[in-house]
Design a protein around this ligand. Structure first.
Ligand SMILES: Nc1ncnc2c1ncn2[C@@H]1O[C@H](COP(=O)(O)OP(=O)(O)O)[C@@H](O)[C@H]1O
Ligand SMILES: [Mg+2]
Length: 429
């Protein structure tokens, strides 16, 4: 099978050098049993790649078992992976096969491998090296003939340095690495992928896409796509459904890109890829020429925007139970851009009418437990990344409002649609 045929068969769109290299690597390694590590941000195509590798391999008649190592609670991950014997722990009424046994003869895809607890990492290493493992509660050794594909959106080597990931397992996994670059680093692929999604959704929703202006196209290309292809897919779906039969100009498109609900957001400003400015010989990064300063300035603005959004979200959580008097008495470290009057009944956008502003009902009384969870989260880690913090806050909001997305989005100060997009971006249910 050649590269084009493979792309066609697995729906992997793209003409960029980066995607071509990925495809070539898939072709080189899929017939072998070699362990593969897929590395890339969320939404870049790690799942798609793992499926293609399995389906091109000689194991394709057997199972591909997909395990999200980051989503399984620490207490049960060992029995999920390796199975357990009857009575090995409370609730183990029956003996049960683990994922490795289910994948015997096939492939196991260990997604978010960086989140695997360290005591499990040592057991993974053994299966990788010898195919051997033990069910929980059994001293009988099992073996499975399994090809391992692992994926991570973290820098595993950094985790090794921090003592969170075993070095021996790192080397074992790092034999063949496929790096899937973020969409913003393969801008050539954006329009072709977008077209594919628009065609798919137009036929799914029986809608006719009227096309988009050059400016809208430029915006699609220059936008930084933090959620990568998954986000591009969502935007295409929303445009097809919500802007049915409309010609898409820049303003229309902008509403669907991250940060559209925040006035003054710089999220939609074009970001030049590093390649673009290093290709230009007149532009010496060190010299701090006009364009370079522009890039740096824009990056700073973006960062500032994100941080202030985050501060607002956080403040709404931590201080929403405080009375006005208590708020005034707080030390000056409290984010200043929060209007205390804005806290108990803040403004939100009504998703049914994009231009009407409504006042939400006051947030429900807060429990001390929530404060503790939030404080633990922040004292536990060094400084969480903005994405980690955002994901965490979303989880807390959903928990507090028992999965009610409207209330959760109100509390977070974002539109419901943004919340949906974030849930998808972070793979939250
Ligand atoms: N090259 C590509 N062309 C078209 N669609 C893609 C491509 N890569 C990924 N997708 C789509 O993007 C979405 C996210 O891909 P996925 O493999 O789940 O990403 P990841 O596992 O890295 O988070 C899926 O809907 C997938 O079908
Ligand atoms: Mg994935």
């Amino acid at each position: 099978m050649d590269r084009e045929a493979l792309q066609e068969r697995y729906g992997i769109i793209g003409e960029s050098t980066a995607i071509k290299q990925v495809i070539d690597k898939i072709m080189q390694i899929s017939k072998t049993d070699i362990t593969v590590l897929l590395q890339g941000e969320s939404g870049v195509g790690k799942d798609v790649t793992a499926r293609a590798i399995h389906s091109l391999s000689k194991r394709n008649r057997n199972n591909l078992v997909i395990v999200n190592c980051g989503a399984i609670p620490e207490g049960i991950i060992e029995s999920e992976l390796f199975g357990h014997e009857k009575g090995s722990f409370t609730g183990a009424h029956e003996a049960r096969k683990g994922y490795f046994e289910k994948a015997d003869g096939g492939t196991i895809f260990l997604d978010e491998i960086g989140d695997t607890p360290k005591n499990i990492q040592v057991k993974l290493l053994r299966v990788l090296e010898s195919g051997e493992f033990f069910r929980v509660g059994s001293s009988k050794m099992f073996t499975a003939d399994v090809r391992v594909i692992a994926a991570t959106n973290q820098d595993l080597w950094e985790l090794v340095q921090d003592g969170k990931f075993r070095e021996d397992l790192y080397y074992r996994l790092d034999t063949v690495k496929i790096k899937l670059p973020p969409l913003r680093d393969r801008q050539d692929d954006i329009i072709p992928i977008f077209r594919k999604f628009v065609t798919e959704f137009s036929s799914k929703y029986d809608s006719v896409f009227q096309g988009f202006s050059d400016e809208a196209k430029d915006l699609l290309i220059s936008y930084r796509w933090p959620g990568n292809i998954r986000e591009l897919r969502n935007v295409a779906e929303q445009l097809v459904v919500l802007e049915k039969s409309q010609f898409i100009d820049k303003d229309r498109l902008q509403k669907y890109l991250k940060g559209r609900q925040h006035l003054g957001s710089t999220d939609n400003l074009p970001v030049l890829s590093r390649k673009e400015f290093t290709d230009d010989e007149d532009d010496d990064f060190e010299s701090g020429s006009g364009t370079d300063m522009g890039i740096i300035y824009r990056a700073l603005l973006e960062m500032q925007g994100d941080i202030s959004d985050l501060k607002k979200m956080l403040a709404k959580f931590v201080y929403s139970s405080f009375s006005d008097k208590e708020l005034k008495a707080l030390p000056s470290a409290v984010p200043r851009d929060i209007d205390p009057n804005d806290i108990s009944g803040h403004i939100y956008r009504d998703s049914s009418d994009k231009d009407s502003l409504g006042i939400s009902t006051p947030a429900e009384p807060q429990e001390d437990e929530d404060h503790d969870i939030i404080q633990d989260f922040f004292s536990d880690k060094e400084i969480p990344s903005i994405e980690e913090a955002e994901k965490f806050l979303i989880e807390q909001a959903l928990k507090r409002f028992e999965g009610n997305r409207r209330k959760a989005s109100d509390a977070l100060g974002v539109s419901e649609r943004t919340l949906y997009r974030k849930l998808d971006q972070y793979d939250l249910q």
